[in-house]
Design a protein around this ligand. Structure first.
Ligand SMILES: Nc1ncnc2c1ncn2[C@@H]1O[C@H](COP(=O)(O)OP(=O)(O)OP(=O)(O)O)[C@@H](O)[C@H]1O
Ligand SMILES: [Mg+2]
Length: 350
C-alpha cells in the first residue's frame, strides 16, 4: 500500500485571526497551515505523495482532476449544518476512498441533538436535553437547572462561554436568543453535569481506546467556569498559559477507566464511526459517566503544548505524531481493502 497519491482535504484557519482573542470564533474549527503541513509530512514519511486540497467551492474539480488514490479528510466544511459531509459526498461520487467516518455519520456528528437521540436509543447515558428554535418555547417538564446552552451544530467550543451555564428561565431565554441570532441555528439546552470530565480517543475498526485524557477544571483559578468553554479551551489551556489542566493518562481507578473506555467504544459504534474519533464524557453528580458528544474528525494540533486531545492521548500511548497519522490512514486503507460490499462502488452500478 505504499507510494499512493493522497489528497489532504482541509479548511485553513486564517492566520490573521488568533484563536481565543475574543474577536471572532468564526474560524475556530479550522486547521492552521502548521497542522496541515505536519500531517502532510507525516503522510509523506509513509512513502506517499501528498496533494493539498482546500475544501472550498473548487474542491470538486480539484478532487476529480488530481488523480488521487485516497484522501485524508480533515475538512470541517464552510457552509451549512451538514458541512462536514460535503467532501466525503464528492469523494463518493468520484469513487475515491477516504479516511474516517462516512457522510451520514459526519452530518449527524455535527448535530448534537440527533447524536444524543441515537445514544439514547442505544441506552448510552447522555444528559437530558431540549432543542430550542426560539426563546419563546417553554422548558419541558423534568428539565432541571442549571442547564448548559450550546449552539446545536458547532464544535471547538464555539458559542460556549461563562454565560452558557444558566440557572433560571430568564438566563435560559437570553442565552437561547443569543445562540439563535448569532449562530442562526437551534440552541441545545442540556442538564449540566458537574463531575470530572474525560475524553477518549479511538483508532481502528473495531476501535481501540487510547489512554484517557482528563480536563481538570479544579486546577483553574476561582471564578473561571468549570467547563470547557471558549475561554478555557483557547486561553487558560493554551501554550502560553501557566496552568496545567489537561492530563493524560487520567488518574482514575481501573474500574472507572474500563467503564469510560467501553462507553466511548459503544458511542463510536452507535454512530457508525469509522477509523478514528473522539468521545467526550463527563461524570454526573453520582459519578456515572455520560456521553456529551462524539467527534468523528477530532482536532489534531501537533504541538504538545496545545494539548490537542487526540494527539495527546496518542503521545501517551507511545506514538509520535507521524505514527499517529499513519495509523489513522492505515486503519482507513485496511477497512477499504477489507470491505466486501465496497461503499465506494455504489449499490446501483452493477
Ligand atoms: N451537559 C453538560 N454538562 C456539563 N458540561 C458540559 C455539558 N455539555 C457541554 N459541557 C462542557 O462544555 C464543553 C464543550 O461542549 P461540547 O463538547 O458539547 O462542545 P464542542 O464545541 O462541540 O466541543 P469540541 O471542541 O469537542 O468539538 C464540554 O467539554 C464540557 O466541558
Ligand atoms: Mg466537545
Amino acid at each position: 500500500m505504499h507510494n499512493m497519491r493522497i489528497g489532504l482535504a482541509f479548511n485553513p484557519f486564517p492566520e490573521a485571526y488568533a484563536r481565543g482573542e475574543g474577536n471572532t470564533d468564526k474560524y475556530a474549527e479550522f486547521d492552521s497551515m502548521d497542522t496541515i503541513n505536519t500531517i502532510k509530512e507525516a503522510i509523506q514519511s509513509g512513502g506517499h505523495e501528498v496533494v493539498l486540497i482546500e475544501a472550498d467551492d473548487k474542491a470538486y474539480e480539484k478532487l476529480r482532476d488530481s488523480k488521487l488514490d485516497f484522501v485524508f479528510n480533515m475538512a470541517e466544511g464552510y457552509h451549512g449544518e451538514s458541512r462536514e459531509s460535503h467532501i466525503p459526498a464528492m469523494l463518493e461520487m468520484l469513487r475515491i476512498p477516504y479516511t474516517g467516518s462516512g457522510i451520514l455519520t459526519l452530518a449527524i456528528g455535527l448535530d448534537k441533538a440527533r447524536t444524543k437521540e441515537i445514544l439514547s436509543y442505544n441506552k448510552i447515558p447522555t444528559p437530558k436535553f431540549q432543542l430550542f428554535k426560539s426563546s419563546d418555547e417553554p422548558l419541558k417538564k423534568g428539565m432541571k437547572f442549571p442547564l448548559i446552552v450550546k449552539p446545536n451544530s458547532e464544535g471547538s467550543s464555539k458559542g460556549i462561554t461563562e454565560k452558557s451555564l444558566v440557572k433560571n428561565q430568564e438566563e435560559l431565554r437570553r442565552r437561547v436568543d443569543f445562540i439563535n441570532k448569532n449562530y442562526n441555528e437551534p440552541a441545545i439546552a442540556e442538564e449540566f453535569l458537574d463531575g470530572r470530565e474525560f475524553t477518549v480517543s479511538l483508532i481502528g475498526n473495531p476501535p481501540e481506546a487510547m489512554p484517557i485524557v482528563e480536563l481538570a477544571f479544579d486546577k483553574l483559578p476561582p471564578g473561571v467556569p468549570r467547563f470547557d468553554c471558549y475561554e478555557v479551551k483557547w486561553v487558560w489551556d493554551s501554550p502560553g498559559s501557566e496552568i496545567e489542566m489537561v492530563f493524560c493518562p487520567a488518574k482514575i481507578g481501573k474500574k472507572l477507566e474500563d467503564r469510560i473506555k467501553k462507553m466511548a467504544i459503544d458511542a463510536f459504534n452507535a454512530l457508525d464511526c469509522l477509523d478514528f474519533g473522539r468521545v467526550d464524557i463527563r461524570l454526573d453528580s453520582k459519578g456515572v459517566p455520560n456521553v456529551i458528544e462524539v467527534n468523528p474528525i477530532p482536532g489534531l494540533m501537533p504541538d504538545p503544548k496545545e494539548n490537542s486531545r487526540f494527539p495527546k492521548s496518542c503521545y501517551a500511548a507511545g506514538m509520535t505524531y507521524s505514527e499517529m497519522i499513519l495509523r489513522m490512514l492505515g486503519s482507513a486503507m485496511q477497512r477499504v481493502k477489507n470491505t466486501k460490499i465496497k461503499q465506494i462502488e455504489g449499490v446501483n452500478q452493477g
